[in-house]
Design a protein around this ligand. Structure first.
Ligand code: TRP
Length: 456
């Protein structure tokens, strides 16, 4: 297949940047057709470029019904600009009315980075949460927890492990016989992270969106698959409208009326189907056709956009009947900003990014030395123009420091036309980075008393 060289490895050091091919290969939906009432900077600029089931979240917002936001961080070093992108999006979702949960992946960083749980805890609070507060997350509407301390997350990971096997993990992550088992456990715990906010004790059944960098999509594919495998009722497209199928599994057979001998108890089955019909008619459909013999219920007048509501009604029913009732998570994906040296951003390579705690002099030095999209000489630059798509100074203003779209458009064109020189672009970036970092550092001082509140 033409696409086979496009890979995503959540633990790898390289990342494909051919975003349209990533969308195609992994079956993501493009953000292009999605209109938002109040898009953030990252939405307006196409940095958030793809999603899965984002419409469930938009619909919840439209109806004023609850939705949650979950994301996670590995406490493995200093917080840098790349990490702040997720927080920008979390903040946006919070402003849209979502309740926010953030996982500190201390188990993952212990297992994959060799950082002790204690050290992970310190890093999370001093490096990350201190900056979340400064960046404006609302501590009253945000909960930060540690994987190692939320039993139910690990329990869910374990329960879901039953629904997958090594071959599937091999297919998703490229594992082989030499793969360390920590890399098998980490995605299962992450599935627990992603799914647990919809448990009754953490806010109950509602759509949950996971804003992440595209490197995390394999975990979402796994999690969505695991959730779907636990579901007792599946909603799919039919020739006309939508169809509900019943999934008889080991742990629900008796509830569904299937006896150990395989014999079907017609009375129990009838009751199950009338409960399905009931749950769906509660949404206002009047043309429901129940067919217990085929194990299906059809709703000819339902359309693709009704899928979410029907799914949720059936998951609620599943919970009433004793199932887990897990809704596959929605997700949004952002692109990665280029590293300052032209390589990938990495906490372990300080020259590739700005840390949120960098002082102004350090930032200035890094920007001055950053990879430029300009030409080798001024004469050539005036004649041929520069490339803002490669220019770190321009890119960082676009991703992080400049709110004004028309100003960006102006300097983009000016750069391409050779009117703005590379040094001038860097100077503009330095000014904005200076203001941004100074402001953030002040905010950190002002909000330091809030850090504890995020953990409550
Ligand atoms: N694996 C993520 C990382 O490497 C951290 C993480 C843990 C996470 N649990 C999560 C991210 C749940 C999103 C959702 O950074």
């Amino acid at each position: 297949m033409m696409n086979d060289d496009v890979t995503i490895d959540p633990w790898g050091s390289s990342q494909s940047t051919d975003y349209s091919r990533i969308i195609e290969k992994f079956g993501l939906s493009s953000m292009e057709g999605v209109t938002l009432d109040s898009p953030s900077r990252l939405h307006r600029r196409g940095v958030v470029f793809a999603h899965r089931d984002f419409d469930l979240i938009l619909e919840a917002k439209r109806l004023g019904s609850p939705f949650g936001v979950l994301t996670g961080l590995m406490p493995s070093g200093k917080m840098h600009l790349g990490h702040s992108m997720v927080i920008d999006q979390v903040k946006w979702f919070q402003e849209q009315g979502g309740d926010v949960t953030i996982a500190v992946a201390d188990l993952e960083s212990t297992a994959t980075r060799g950082i002790s749980l204690e050290e992970g805890r310190r890093i999370a609070s001093e490096e990350y949460v201190a900056n979340y507060a400064a960046l404006g997350l609302d501590p009253d509407k945000t909960t930060v927890y540690f994987q190692s301390q939320r039993n139910v997350v690990q329990k869910l990971g374990f329960q879901l492990g039953k629904r997958t096997n090594l071959s599937e993990l091999e297919a998703i992550y490229g594992f082989d016989g030499s793969t360390n088992l920590a890399h098998v456990q980490a995605p299962l715990v992450q599935a627990g992270d992603i799914l647990h906010p919809q448990l009754d004790e953490y806010g109950g059944l509602r759509p949950i969106v996971v804003p992440v960098g595209i490197d995390q999509d394999p975990h979402l594919r796994l999690t969505r698959g695991l959730a779907a495998k636990t579901n007792w009722f599946n909603v799919s497209d039919a020739k006309m409208g939508l169809q509900v199928g019943v999934s008889v599994q080991d742990d629900n057979a008796s509830v569904m009326g299937v006896e150990p001998s395989g014999r079907v108890n017609k009375d129990v089955q009838k009751q199950v189907f009338s409960r399905i019909v009931n749950a769906i008619s509660g949404l206002g459909y009047s043309d429901i056709m129940s067919n217990p013999k085929h194990g299906t219920v059809n709703i000819p007048s339902a359309t693709a956009k009704d899928k979410g509501a029907i799914r949720i009604a059936l998951l609620a029913l599943e919970r009433e009947m004793g199932g887990m009732g897990l809704l596959a998570p929605s997700s949004t994906y952002h692109r990665f900003a280029v590293g300052m040296t032209g390589d990938k951003m990495s906490s372990s390579k300080p020259k590739t990014t700005l840390f949120l705690g960098d002082d102004v002099a350090t930032a200035e030095k890094k920007i001055k030395k950053s990879f430029s999209g300009g030409q080798a000489t001024v004469e050539e630059h005036r004649r041929l123009g520069g490339d803002p798509d490669k220019d770190v100074a321009y890119q960082y203003m676009m991703y992080f420091f400049e709110e004004d779209d028309s100003f960006l458009e102006e300097i983009n064109q000016g750069y391409r036309a050779g009117k703005i020189l590379a040094g001038e672009m860097k100077q503009m970036c330095i000014e904005r980075a200076t203001e941004w970092l100074t402001n953030l550092s002040e905010k950190r001082d002002e909000t330091s008393h809030l850090v504890e509140k995020f953990f409550e």
